[in-house]
Design a protein around this ligand. Structure first.
Ligand code: ZN
Length: 239
């Protein structure tokens, strides 16, 4: 079969049906900067409000991080990796504690998406969807990503309901359900796969955006910022 790349890539999409507690906003993150105390011997630092650890310095180099349970974690490239955090010993002697990037990425992956059911357009909010369609585990219905049109001249601007803007879906024809969480795109016409989603009210595609739940959008920005902070701290530690 000579499908365009997009089809081959789409192929089979797995929509995991994980039911995970709503984590948005529940985690604490940030930086603890400890002033320079002594760069030879032991220095106690705060990993969080309640946890401390000890850094072992030898001649200005961080050697190991000792946890209160006695566990010893070596520093590599001025970094000691804990289960959820990294401790960075900066060249100026200061210490930074950050959440590990993989932990932050897990939070990003767990952010909730808004889908609309194919027939009823009922809202489905889940962290289980990693693409569309998402299959609602409660009734097996196809759910498609909620989209909105940001064209200032589009009549849909005044068609929102409650605190939602006007929402619509871009349903692909020919999608087949293979099992409770797997779908097959091979029956979707190439033109439908390649066409950008269009606003059903104004007909434009250039203003169509995936709708993000307000608290999720805010959280995504925070997490993206956190990732940037960790990356730059790592770079500075290695300078
Ligand atoms: Zn529009």
């Amino acid at each position: 079969m000579n499908f365009p790349k997009t089809i081959r890539r789409a192929g089979l999409v797995i929509a995991p049906l994980a039911l995970v507690a709503f984590l948005v906003g529940c985690r604490q993150e940030g930086t603890t900067v400890t002033p320079v105390v002594s760069k030879d011997g032991e220095e106690t630092i705060h990993l969080s409000d309640t946890e401390t650890a000890t850094i072992l310095w030898e001649r200005g180099r961080p050697v190991a991080l000792k946890k209160t349970n006695g566990e010893r974690i070596p520093f590599q490239q001025r970094e000691a990796a804990l289960e959820k955090r990294i401790v960075l010993a900066m060249p100026d002697g200061s210490i930074e504690v950050h959440r590990r990037p993989d932990v932050v990425n897990e939070d990003l992956d767990g952010l909730h998406h808004l889908y609309l059911k194919e027939a009823s357009l009922a809202e489905v909010i889940t962290d289980g969807g990693k693409g569309e369609p998402y299959i609602d585990p409660s009734d097996g219905a196809f759910c498609w990503t909620a989209r909105t049109c940001t064209n200032p001249d589009c009549p849909s601007q005044t068609m929102g309901q409650g605190d939602r803007p006007y929402l619509f879906i871009n349903r692909l024809p020919g999608v087949k359900k293979l099992s409770a969480d797997r779908v097959d795109f091979t029956g979707v016409p190439a033109a439908a796969l390649e066409a950008p989603p269009k606003c059903p009210v104004c007909g434009n595609s250039e203003y169509v955006e995936v709708y993000e739940l307000p608290d999720v959008g805010e959280r995504r920005q925070q997490l993206a910022k956190e990732l940037g902070t960790v990356r730059s701290a790592r770079d500075r530690a290695r300078e």
